[in-house]
Design a protein around this ligand. Structure first.
Ligand SMILES: NC(=O)c1ccc[n+]([C@@H]2O[C@H](COP(=O)([O-])OP(=O)(O)OC[C@H]3O[C@@H](n4cnc5c(N)ncnc54)[C@H](O)[C@@H]3O)[C@@H](O)[C@H]2O)c1
Length: 336
């Protein structure tokens, strides 16, 4: 593949920065932005032409997308639980930001636009979720992601831009924010235990999820930039085995950290989906998706990374728009 100029939004974030590394290693040019509402500045790999600004700033996007071949839209406020209590904050960085990204890309004749959606699009569908299901999102985050998908398909098809929608789910690994009280459950457990504190579980801990280690997802996501078979496709990215409960995850983290675990249980979060896992059949067929890192190994590597980087206090950096009796006290009373 000749050298491409690739724009990655949210490049200081977890997924965006790993994708940037991978494209740079292949000899491509990477340019990207981030408004630093999430992510870490030191995630941005050397070699990325980086600009700090918000994706809602259309003029800057249009300017910086000049000469870009491919766009990866990774920027988002990826906060599913919090979206129930801060719907305006969360969705303005999903619906508005995505629309600005799509419009700027089309205005610059970008060839292909790869959007990161979320498993939250499937909502209360039966597991395992398959790409042909009619989305039934259950919270503002999922509604926002699905709206952004529709916007991409609509505008891209009207104006002749190729599109791909990636549906990653529960990715974890180095560079993921671990001082954020609102999301990333394995990281929260690890950061709490490193501080000698017990994990907190919402509900009874029987909600089930599949987790995927970031290095397993980067190659298939990279392929989405170039493979003709991916154009116009929605593709789940993540494993469909090792379906674990949140309680089992906490037990695994405790065991690996040799911690005497007695998690505390707090009331469940409204709209949290009980069972959520995606079928990986389409990713296997189209992208040769084959995860290599088992959950226990990946969690071990995450523990090593956070331990090495150092424990951090949790930062309540986002505003709760709605505080009432259903707001988790871990947030309203800042218990982490
Ligand atoms: N990590 C996962 O498990 C997962 C699962 C499903 C979907 N996704 C999606 O993948 C994408 C990347 O997720 P991630 O885990 O890397 O999250 P992340 O929070 O680490 O990265 C997102 C980055 O986007 C930036 N950002 C947010 N709003 C912005 C805006 N308006 N303008 C500019 N920058 C903005 C944040 O500062 C952050 O650095 C997101 O779209 C997310 O919804 C992630």
């Amino acid at each position: 593949m000749p050298k491409q100029r690739i724009f990655i939004s949210g490049v200081a974030g977890f997924l965006g920065s790993h994708l940037a590394d991978a494209f740079l290693a292949d000899g491509h040019e990477v340019i990207g932005n981030d408004n630093m509402i999430g992510g870490y500045l030191d995630n941005v790999p050397d070699g990325v032409e980086f600009y700090q600004f918000d994706c809602n700033d259309f003029d800057k996007l249009r300017h910086h997308m000049k000469g870009v071949d491919i766009v990866y839209h990774c920027a988002a406020t990826a906060y599913e639980g919090l979206s129930v209590f801060s719907p305006h904050l969360i969705t303005q960085n999903i619906v508005g930001a995505s629309t600005a990204m799509i419009s700027a890309a089309i205005a610059n004749n970008v060839r292909r636009f790869v959007m990161c959606s979320s498993m939250a699009r499937y909502g209360t569908n039966q597991v395992p979720f398959t790409e042909d299901m009619v989305p039934r999102p259950q919270d503002p985050y999922g509604i926002g992601k699905y709206t952004a998908e529709l916007m991409l398909q609509n505008l891209a098809e009207t104006h002749g831009m190729e599109w791909v929608i990636a549906v990653p789910h529960n990715i974890y690994g180095p560079r993921q924010k671990y001082d954020d009280p609102y999301r990333n459950v394995p990281s929260i457990f690890i950061n709490l235990i490193l501080q000698g504190r017990q994990p907190v579980i919402y509900g009874d801990g029987t909600q089930k999820r599949c987790f995927s280690y970031v290095t397993d997802d980067i190659d298939p996501m990279k392929q989405m930039a170039f493979d003709p078979a991916c154009a116009g496709e929605i593709i789940n990215i993540g494993p469909d085995d090792e379906f674990v409960t949140i309680k089992e995850l906490a037990e695994m983290v405790g065991r690996l950290m040799q911690f005497d675990l007695t998690p505390s249980f707090t009331k469940g979060r409204p709209r949290e989906v009980e069972l959520a896992n995606c079928s990986a059949d389409k990713a296997r067929r189209l992208l040769g998706y084959e995860p290599k890192i088992r959950l226990e190994e990946g969690v071990g590597q995450m523990i090593d990374w956070i331990s090495h980087r150092g424990v951090r206090p949790f930062k309540y950096h986002l505003e709760l728009e709605i505080v009432n009796e259903s707001t988790p006290e871990t947030w309203s009373k800042r218990l982490f």
